[in-house]
Design a protein around this ligand. Structure first.
Ligand SMILES: C=CC1=C(C)c2cc3[nH]c(cc4nc(cc5[nH]c(cc1n2)c(C)c5CCC(=O)O)C(CCC(=O)O)=C4C)c(C)c3C=C
Ligand SMILES: [Fe+2]
Length: 418
């Protein structure tokens, strides 16, 4: 089949489009029968997903799914939660149009000010990413519960389109949140292989949202891994070993992408769970190697599960302490897709200890089934709790990918497909 014919085959028919537009407009969930899974749809609608073109260091912004979810983790991340200051839907649309244009521009490694200059106005782009590459920048948007409802009332006329599982994460034993480090109406996750490129994007998103949105919280993160190796967290353990492979599409459809019971704007979308988890490094560093390994049920050096030799060997639950982190996670028989980053926030002024930890992010199809029971079990029984404290929490619904010419949230805000 030649390239055009293949592209043609991937395109959805006009009749199907109309059918879908009607679903989208009415906010009716697409049934499983006949129309197939949401993710198959997403592929049909948007063509193939993101693949970084190695030479240009760019990750396509447009695709069936948003960038920055299954893309291999870049070294740096900035994640910010915003609250909307306006009750006007057209202001929100304007903001998302602008943010979309910027996200696309930055994903290509371009300046937002390209072709624009006026000596009498502040520069349109802050400039610190000029002369730097696109650095594999990805931008991922999510909507929090407050995007749909405020004070129990529908917001922007879209309350009825709130996805099924979108709500704040219920409070857990041991939660001790930093001031303001919860929730938010909108989330933007920015990842890149150059920190300055990632920060530049966030700074310009903020600059262009003044008056319409304000930052609720933000977090910087980092993660280094050698080629082909699993990165290590700040406790020195390989973290991400059992994560599903970004190549395993059938499993992604089961674990990550929204199902057909969701409103149609969630086609190709997912839920993003966030927990900021402080890790008590000094306490950990004073504990024995045996205690450290018992905490996870894996060997520190090799990453192998207890009773096994190699990192990727199957987990033997009965060889692990009953309160070990991995045994508890596995015993739920649920899977999530983790995309966490380490963070350091200086020194705790009260104790003088290092303020650092894991900015835990996971993507999943159904947080009520996959994530919350796991978190609950861990909050009650995990040996890891001796060394950690959950200091932030949020949940967002990430819409499906964006098609060229459209903007983030368009399918939700306008009831159209793109
Ligand atoms: C609710 C979900 C999870 C939270 C919160 C969480 C926090 C957390 N995890 C580590 C370090 C490791 N986690 C590992 C495995 C693992 N963790 C979760 C879930 C949560 N972790 C899952 C589902 C799994 C996979 C279990 C499995 O199927 O085997 C590991 C082992 C290596 C790996 O597979 O990644 C480490 C190490 C920290 C430090 C932390 C909070 C600070
Ligand atoms: Fe974990």
């Amino acid at each position: 089949m030649n390239k055009e014919a293949a592209t043609e085959k991937n395109k959805i028919s006009r009749r199907e489009l109309l059918k879908l537009s009607a679903f989208a407009g009415a906010g009716i969930a697409v049934g499983a029968s006949g129309l197939g899974t949401f993710s198959m749809f997403a592929d049909q609608l948007f063509g193939k997903t993101q693949n970084a073109s190695a030479n240009e260091m760019t990750v396509p912004f447009y695709g069936a799914h948003q960038a920055g979810i299954i893309h291999p983790q870049q070294t740096y991340s900035y994640t910010a939660s915003f609250n909307l200051l306006t009750e006007s839907k057209s202001d929100v649309i304007k903001l998302f149009k602008k943010w979309t244009e910027m996200a696309e521009t930055f994903s290509k490694g371009n300046s937002y000010a390209k072709g624009f200059s006026n000596d009498w106005l502040p520069p349109k782009d802050t400039g610190e990413a000029n002369d730097l590459s696109a650095a594999h920048l990805t931008v991922t948007f999510g909507f929090g519960p407050g995007f749909f409802q405020k004070n129990g009332l529908s917001r922007y006329g879209i309350g009825h389109l709130k996805p099924k599982h979108l709500k704040s994460i219920p409070s857990m034993p041991g939660d001790d949140f930093e001031d303001g480090f919860t929730g938010g109406d909108v989330c933007i996750q920015i990842c890149a292989s150059i920190q300055q490129v990632a920060f530049h994007a966030l700074r310009n998103f903020i600059k262009n949202s003044i008056g319409t949105a304000e930052v609720n919280w933000m977090q910087a993160g980092f993660l280094n891994a050698s080629e082909g190796k699993t990165g290590r967290n700040l406790f020195g353990f390989k973290d991400g070993t059992a994560n599903l492979s970004p190549k395993d599409k059938p499993k992604q459809n089961k674990i990550i992408w929204a199902d057909e019971k969701e409103p149609s704007w969630m086609i190709g979308g997912t839920y993003m769970a966030v927990r900021k988890i402080r890790m008590f490094l000094e306490v950990w560093d004073r504990s024995s190697l045996k205690d450290q390994e018992d905490t996870f049920g894996r060997k520190k050096d090799s990453g192998a599960p207890f009773g096994q030799i190699h990192e990727k060997d199957p987990v033997l639950l009965n060889k692990m302490p009953v309160d070990s982190h991995v045994r508890l996670a596995k015993s739920t028989k649920q899977e999530i897709f983790r995309r966490a980053y380490s963070y350091t926030d200086g020194v705790d002024p009260k104790t003088g200890s290092i303020n650092a930890g894991l900015f835990f992010v996971s993507f999943q199809q159904n947080p009520d089934k996959q994530f919350i029971p796991m978190l609950k079990l861990m909050s009650q029984k995990d040996k890891l709790n001796e060394y950690t404290k959950h200091v932030g929490s949020a949940m967002f619904a990430c819409p499906g990918g964006i098609k060229k010419g459209g903007y983030v949230g368009q399918r939700l805000l306008e009831g159209t497909l793109f």
